[in-house]
Design a protein around this ligand. Sequence first.
Ligand SMILES: [Zn+2]
Length: 199
Amino acid sequence: MQYPEPIAKLIDSYMKLPGIGEKSATRLAFYTLGMDTEDVKNFAASLTAVKQDLHFCSICGNITEDDPCPVCKDQSRDQSQILVVERPRDIMAMERMNEYHGLYHVLNGTISPSEGTGPMDINIPSLIDRLKQHNEVKEVIIATNASMDGETTAQYLARLLKPAGIKVTRLAHGLSAGADIDYTDELTLFRAVQGRTEM
Ligand SMILES: [Zn+2]
């Protein structure tokens, strides 16, 4: 027996999410069926809104409702530092820490030889343009994750930027190997930023 089409479609949609197999997707679909109509409507509206109302900031690559994003527009932030992260949610982790007041740049990925992702496939060209246009940037802090691809990306950026006379630093170890920035607690993150070392 087949599930009615609306349920089957919903199961298919849930299965497109990372880490959700058929069993979990089926459970979620039936859970959704049992939810309040109002909650389901809000859920559907949020799904549509993240695609319709959010854009990438044309300067830093963060997700934003306004372009440029509030951080790029904020002249009170330290314009001499750019902290480079893999994903927008890493910025949220840094901002929660409330100890970093410079600018950001979101790569939206990493260099990954195993996945065939090169420097031109992520926001590295826009970082280079940005550094060319704003020579007040004195330090680029690389906060890619402590994974193999994160490390490859950090090394690539250091080789690229150091000859241009920019100080390139990397978050201190203490982040365990493979650790994602956005799952790291605030104190560990604070120590990693404070103890950053020159590459
Ligand atoms: Zn921005």
